[in-house]
Structures are given as C-alpha cells and as structure tokens.
Design a protein around this ligand. Structure first.
Ligand SMILES: *[C@@H]1O[C@H](CO)[C@@H](O)[C@H](O)[C@H]1NC(C)=O
Ligand SMILES: *[C@@H]1O[C@H](CO)[C@@H](O)[C@H](O)[C@H]1NC(C)=O
Ligand SMILES: *[C@@H]1O[C@H](CO)[C@@H](O)[C@H](O)[C@H]1NC(C)=O
Ligand SMILES: *[C@@H]1O[C@H](CO)[C@@H](O)[C@H](O)[C@H]1NC(C)=O
Ligand SMILES: *[C@@H]1O[C@H](CO)[C@@H](O)[C@H](O)[C@H]1NC(C)=O
Ligand SMILES: *[C@@H]1O[C@H](CO)[C@@H](O)[C@H](O)[C@H]1NC(C)=O
Length: 660
C-alpha cells in the first residue's frame, strides 16, 4: 500500500515537470552563514541570512559562478532607487536580514530571505522577500521576489530592478540570446585592452585574444530585446567536457514594466546574465517607478527559472544547448502560472482569469467595412489613457498577439481592474476599449465580443512615408563605418540597426546639404535616413539638421485644414520644428517642444517610446504645385539629440466620415 501511495505521489509532479521518478530527493543543508539546496543534479549555495547565491555546482564542477567576485556579486537581486527629494540614485543589493525555510520535502525546498524597512534613510522603504525554490529532478532552480511598501512609508523612485548572475570567465565563452544572435564572445580582458568609443559601454576591440574579432565593437546594447521576446538567454561553456549551458528562463512578462515593446538588456560580456524587471533603458527617467509619500504597493517579480544543461554533442555546435534551453523555456511557459511557489502573493491559476474577444479595425479611407486587426498586440494594464501602458510600471501587464483574424485570448490574468489596450500593425495610434474597465475575478472568463478600433484620421491620404509599425526598421539604415568590423550574426540582415556609430553616417552621406525627400520620386527604404540626428561641426559642437519633404498639390482649399500625422518610434531631447514652405520663418508652424529621453539611437534600438502627433495644417500655408515641409531637429547641442521616425502621413482637407 505504502509503495503505491508513493508511486502516485511522485507521478503527479512527474507528469507536470518531466521529473524522473528515480531522481534524488531535494536536500537542504543549513550551516553557519550558508545554506545549500541540492537535488543530485545541482547544488545552490546561498549566504544566510543575506540570500546571495554564491555557488552553483553542477556535475563535477565546484562552482559555475565567478569565484573572483565577492559574495554579493555572483547571483543577486538589486534595485537602484532614490528619495523623492534627492536625485542621486543608490544601488542596493537587498541583502536579507532574516532567513526562513518555507518548505522542505523530498520534492521541494523553498527558502525565503527577507529584509524589512527599519526607517533607515540609506535603505529603500521596501519590504523584500526573496525566494528560491528547488524541485526534485529539475536541472535548475526558481527565484522570485515580493516587494512591498506599507502605508505611511516615505516616497521613493525605483529605477533599475533586476536579477543578475555573474559566471566564471575561464569557462563561459559562447552566448546565445536568440536563434539568430549567438556567438563566441569577446572577453572582459578584450574590453580592457580595447579602446572606449563614444560612451563607456562601447569598446573597439583592438587587441582581442581571438584575433579574428579584432576591429569589432563590443557593446551590451547589441543584445537588447523587446520584452515580449525576452524569454530565454544565456551562456555556454564550450571548453567544458561535456559543454554546458547556463540559462535565464523568463516564462512570463507579466511583472515587467512598459508593455511588450519595452526593450532591455539580456546577457553580455562578463559573462553576465540579467533579468530586468524595470529600468530606464530605451524609455528614460519617466519610467522610474515613483511612489508618493505614504503610498502602499506590493508586487511579485518572477519566478524566473535558472536552467543548466549539458550535451557532449554540443562540442562542435554549442547552439544545440540553446535549442534545448528553448525547449525548456516552452515547457516553463506551458506550466505558467506555476502551482508550486508557496507565497500566497504569487497568484495560482485559480486566482486568475481569462479575457477574449476579436479586434477589428475600421479606417474609412482604407476599409469599407471593419477588417480583422491581424496580429495586433492586445493587452491589459492598469487603467489609464490609450497608450499609457508603455509608461505604466506599478501593476502587472498581460499581452497577447491576436491571430490573423483578430481573435485574442489573454489567459492567466491576475485578479484586478485593467484597461484593455491594443496596437495594430500598419495602423497609427493606440486602441483602448472604452466601454468599461475589465474586472478580473478568480476564474473569470470574459468574452468581449467584437471590438472596433478607429485609428486617427481627418482626411484622405495624400501621401505617406514608411509603415506604421512603431519602428524605423523600414527606412534607410546605413552600413557602419568600415573601420568597425561587422560581426556576421545570422540575424544581421534583419537587425542592421544593431551596429555602432550609425548616427555619424548621416553626416558622411549628407556632408553639406540635408536630406530632401520628393514624394512620388524618392523611396523611403533608400532615401529616408532612419534617424534624424545632429551634425558634428568642425569646432566640435553639434548643429541641427533640417530635412525637407517636397510634395505636389493639384489644388489647395485655403480655408480648410489638412493634417500631418507624425508618428515617432523614438525621441531623445529632440525638438521637432515644422515649417511649411518657409524655411526661414522665425517661428516654426509647429514645435513639439523638447521631448523624449529614450536614448534609443545611441543604444542601437530601432525604437524607443512611441509618439503620435496630429498637426493641423492650415490650407493657407499651402500652395498649388510644389510644397516643402522643413523638419528640423532643433536646439541641437549634443550628439545624442535625435529621433526615429515611424510613419508620416499627409491628409487632405477635413472630411470626417461617420463610420459603421
Ligand atoms: C558554501 O559556500 C561557503 C563559502 O564559500 C563554503 O564555505 C561552503 O563549503 C559552501 N558549501 C558547499 C556545500 O559547497
Ligand atoms: C542625496 O543622496 C546621496 C546618496 O545617498 C547622499 O550622498 C547625499 O548626501 C544626499 N544629498 C542630500 C542633499 O541629501
Ligand atoms: C536598518 O537596517 C539596515 C540594513 O539591514 C542595517 O544596516 C541598519 O543597521 C538598521 N538600522 C537600525 C537602526 O536598525
Ligand atoms: C561652432 O561653429 C558653429 C557653425 O560654424 C557656430 O555657429 C558656433 O557658434 C560655433 N561654436 C563655438 C563654441 O565656437
Ligand atoms: C473648402 O473648405 C471649406 C471648409 O472646410 C469648405 O466649406 C468648402 O466647401 C471647401 N471648398 C471646396 C472647393 O472644396
Ligand atoms: C515639383 O517638383 C518636382 C521635383 O523637383 C518636379 O519634377 C515637378 O515638375 C515640380 N512640379 C511643379 C508643378 O513645379
């Protein structure tokens, strides 16, 4: 009887996690100052009560983490934060002050390292509960964190919030962040012997150990990805026999800020693996999480799965380990939401709900009837304006890609009240369902039926430039300066923008005169330089640049309004000034004022935050025949002032059609 009972007991988790029934039990060994979890596959050594991961042994290897680094710099969670009244950011590695065993059985060990705020001005007003979980038979471990602020605590800003692992330099040499982007990597030493370029992260490899990569640039921003695509990344030791991989698996993006297109770092030279939950990258200071004095908050970050694998056949092809990690990631995604984390703050599937529906789009100019919003991104975020999700950073967000018929199902939504948002490829603007906020209760299955997005439009399209897809990818992207050697990633043709120094190529291509685009003649994929940047002057200062769009009108209704729809994919301290047919007009007809701090051009992003301006153009500014719009990236005092265009459309006289 007893034997049967045990067999059944192990069968359940076995079915769920692919555990082997013969697998060794999970053990927890608590010593003075340390605790070690092991399951016969790996051992995880943590400081007690600090909760730093200081050792991960796997197979015969004593430690995969960098033993050169101090205990608090191998495997840790950290935040950068500052007081509301003091802009100086402080990095805090959230060292625990109290240790607790939450569960200890042969199948699961879960431990908790907590630190509560004690009124100290040098510590963030946050209660932190950091958890680690090891399951029987699994080649890895889980970690998640619960951050909480109680009512009455002082306000604060939180910038970076992340999980980091620093691996052994003498082992890990190959990095993979996607099918197309994986390689033997330069080393930390190569960066030290190299030449720093225009910012510290970018280094020209002048004297690398592997001579074949001499002349390449190393920069961690080459390995940034959109949140929706950050699911697994990591490192391989090709030197080990057998080769082994160390992977960060992120099964859900529900706890990340800023929606599906928020970009951030993944893995980079160190060897380092990051899981970024929040931060300013490709978005700016505005993405800092701001808590007013007294404001309470609680949020669970994770779990993430740290996965280890090895395969002797990977000796000649390290990507085999990537392929296996990808498979494991899909398994973790399937298991999400997990049922084993023991914090009641981590919502299990019965505390979550589902929202479904079909999104259509109706633009009277192009569609007689509403048409499916094929492949739209549809998501739930804390209530806010259309598009507010790209800056929303306190709640959870749940996104999905609709199918080609516009059908969407958002599963695993944590109980709460949300706005339903969407963005539709090929269409400008942001959709928000405005009939009601979506209220998720445990087990909800909400059918919203057919929803219709009517993108902004005032008149017929007279001309347009680009594709409304929130990136500048379709425009002309130059090759880098030949003095920087291009690394031949498989995904390079699709990611031409991930090269160092492209901003300087504008002045090479347009040394004395700025770009002129002639509607009907020019081709945006060749003639519209993707980034609107400044020009370095001979005396070392930076001058503004002015593009021209020339277009012909048969006739003009002088008493009507036309519309210029200007969608930007990124902006960094840019001031776009528009002048119609009068280059020297002292005051521009329109100016955006200084906008954006997303630094996407310098970080080789093809987009940062999305902006849409609908400028109302007076017919009296236009003439029959040729017209010119002068577009200036104004007030250019630095190299990095600039912007990326997404899409530009000029619409004829107002002609509001009643649709549906
Ligand atoms: C855990 O790390 C400590 C500090 O390096 C070390 O003394 C201890 O032996 C380690 N435990 C195991 C089981 O590796
Ligand atoms: C601001 O914070 C930093 C870092 O904690 C501290 O060194 C500095 O003294 C603070 N400045 C003021 C004006 O309080
Ligand atoms: C508050 O907590 C910090 C961090 O754990 C600790 O260094 C400090 O001594 C504590 N201060 C007081 C007054 O307890
Ligand atoms: C640099 O040159 C530009 C263009 O010739 C000029 O307008 C500017 O005043 C100069 N700046 C300085 C600091 O010399
Ligand atoms: C010009 O625009 C005005 C205002 O929109 C409109 O009333 C008028 O009919 C238009 N004229 C022509 C010739 O289309
Ligand atoms: C407008 O400019 C284009 C390109 O320079 C030229 O080919 C065309 O003849 C011009 N049209 C008029 C009406 O001047």
């Amino acid at each position: 009887m007893l034997i049967i009972f045990f067999a059944q007991f192990f069968l359940l988790p076995a079915a769920r996690f692919g555990m082997s029934r013969e697998a060794s039990p999970v053990l927890l060994d608590i010593q003075q100052g340390y605790a070690v979890m092991s399951n016969g596959i790996l051992k995880v050594n943590m400081t007690v009560p600090g909760g730093f991961v200081i050792g991960i042994s796997y197979q015969a290897l004593h430690n995969l983490l960098s033993t050169d680094n101090p205990h608090n710099n191998r495997g840790y969670w950290s935040v950068t934060w500052n007081h509301l009244t003091n802009k100086t950011q402080i990095m805090d590695k959230l060292e625990g002050t109290s240790f607790k065993v939450i569960a200890q059985s042969e199948d699961q060990v879960e431990v908790s390292f907590t630190r509560t705020w004690n009124g100290s001005a040098t510590h963030p007003p946050l209660h932190v509960d950091r958890r680690l979980i090891m399951l029987r038979g699994l080649s890895g471990f889980y970690t998640y964190s619960i951050y909480e602020r109680l009512e009455g605590w002082p306000g604060m800003h939180v910038g970076e919030n992340r999980l980091a692992f620093k691996l052994r330099q003498d082992m890990f040499d190959y990095m993979a962040i996607s099918n197309g982007r994986q390689r033997m990597m330069p080393t930390e030493e190569d960066r030290k012997t190299g030449q720093q370029l225009e910012y510290p992260e970018a280094v020209l490899l002048t004297n690398p150990i592997d001579p074949s990569i001499k002349g390449e640039v190393d920069d961690k921003y080459f390995y940034s990805k959109d949140s929706k695509d950050i699911k697994v990344h990591g490192w391989v030791s090709t030197k080990n026999d057998p080769p082994l991989g160390f992977w960060m698996i992120c099964p859900s993006m529900e706890f990340r800020i800023g929606g599906p297109f928020k970009q951030d770092l993944t893995s980079h030279v160190g060897p380092t693996l990051l899981s970024k939950f929040s931060g300013r990258h490709y978005a700016g200071r505005g993405l800092d999480i701001t808590f007013q004095n007294g404001e309470p908050w609680k949020k669970v970050f994770g779990p993430e799965f740290v996965y280890l694998n090895s395969d002797s056949s990977a000796e000649n092809d390290p990507s085999l380990l990537w392929n296996d990690a990808w498979k494991r990631m899909n398994q973790e995604v399937e298991n999400w939401p997990y049922d084993f984390p023991l914090s009641k703050d981590y919502m299990k599937s019965q505390q979550r709900g589902t929202v479904r529906g079909r999104l259509l789009v109706h633009d009277w100019f192009s569609d007689e009837q509403p048409v499916p919003a094929s492949n739209a991104y549809v998501g739930l975020a804390l209530p806010g304006e259309p598009g507010s999700w790209q800056k929303e950073n306190k709640g959870y967000q749940f996104w999905t890609e609709a199918d080609k018929d516009g059908n969407f199902i958002i599963k695993g939504v944590i109980v709460g009240t949300y706005a339903l948002h969407a963005t539709v490829p090929g269409r400008i603007g942001n959709y928000k369902y405005d009939s009601f906020d979506v209220n998720i209760k445990p087990g909800s299955d909400i059918e919203l039926g057919d929803l219709v997005y009517k993108p902004p439009r005032n008149g017929a399209t007279l001309w347009d430039i680009g594709v409304a897809e929130r990136t500048a990818a379709e425009f002309y992207i130059p090759n880098p300066d030949p003095k920087y050697k291009v690394h031949k990633f498989k995904d390079q043709p699709k990611n031409k923008f991930r090269e160092y120094g492209l901003w300087k190529r504008y002045a090479d291509l347009y040394p004395d005169r700025d770009l002129v685009f002639i509607v009907g003649k020019s081709d945006y994929s060749k003639d519209w330089f993707f980034a609107h940047v400044t020009r370095e002057l001979e005396n070392g200062t930076f001058g503004d640049t002015t593009r021209q769009i020339v277009f012909e009108l048969q006739s003009v209704n002088k008493t009507s309004y036309y519309t210029l729809q200007l969608a930007l994919a990124a902006a960094h301290q840019a001031d776009i000034q528009l002048r119609f047919n009068d280059k020297d007009a002292e005051l521009p007809h329109f100016s955006t004022g200084i906008i954006g701090t997303d630094n996407a051009v310098a970080r080789h992003g093809i987009h940062g935050l999305y902006w849409l301006f609908s400028f109302r153009v007076r017919g009296s500014w236009l003439v029959p025949g040729n017209n010119t719009i002068f577009m200036t990236n104004g007030g250019a005092f630095t190299r990095w002032r600039g912007l990326l265009y997404d899409y530009i459309r000029f619409e004829g006289p107002d002609q509001f059609k009643v649709s549906m």
